[in-house]
Write a protein that binds this ligand. Structure first.
Ligand code: URA
Length: 208
């Protein structure tokens, strides 16, 4: 299965708090980071391990570590930045590959305007972060970009996903796994997720 709705009580509780329209910028930001951290835990559950020997207090011990080149985190500007600290709590040495896309008014396509990827992204697992998976256009274009750069293991962490966006990503990139705190009901006419969180970028940056 390529979509995982995380039912952990801490995730449900924190997301519930984020739904309140009265929440302060500070609290929204803090919770976005905490939920991102929990999604990272779930999204990295099956990373491959290797054993190695370490000199412990009572002699040589067999220990385990994550095998090979590790992770690059890919925040999508602007709102993805709001999840970055939470992801880095668990993978502090990850490389960060930042991407920015805008929506072309004529074609309605997502067009990249900023792309600074880890130089060895083809050897890393990419964890794309963006709070809201709405229409899926931006996410599909980001995955296209990463695959073009040679990245073959891609996972997505989103706070809330709309069924329409999930379907679009699954159709274009069935190999990509999505981890979300909630699959919500639908998109409205303006492309907002219902019930969703409102404009996550504005809430994280305090610009609403
Ligand atoms: N982006 C947001 O910030 N919120 C939505 O509901 C959809 C897209």
């Amino acid at each position: 299965m390529s979509v995982h709705e995380i039912r952990h009580p801490l995730v449900r509780h924190k997301l519930g708090l984020m739904r309140s329209a009265k929440l302060s910028t500070r609290s929204f930001r803090q919770l976005a980071s905490e939920v991102a951290c929990l999604l990272t835990y779930e999204g990295t559950k099956d990373l491959e391990l290797e054993t190695y020997e370490v000199e412990g207090w009572c002699g040589t011990v067999q220990a385990e570590r994550i095998k090979g080149k590790k992770i690059t985190v890919v925040p999508i500007l602007r709102a993805g930045i709001g999840m970055l600290d939470g992801v880095l709590e668990l993978v502090p040495s990850a490389k960060i590959s930042v991407v920015g896309l805008y929506r072309d008014e004529k074609t309605l396509e997502a067009v990249p305007y900023f792309e600074k990827l880890a130089h060895d992204i083809d050897e890393r697992m990419a964890l794309i972060i963006d709070p809201m998976l709405a229409t899926g256009g931006t996410l599909v274009a980001t995955i296209d970009m990463l695959k073009k750069a040679g990245c073959s293991t891609i996972r997505v962490l989103v706070l809330v996903a709309a069924p329409e966006g999930i379907a679009k990503v699954q159709q274009a990139h069935p190999d990509v796994e999505i981890f979300t705190a909630s699959i919500d009901e639908r998109l409205n006419d303006q492309g907002y997720i219902i019930p969703g969180l409102g404009d996550a970028g504005d809430k994280i940056f305090g610009t609403r």
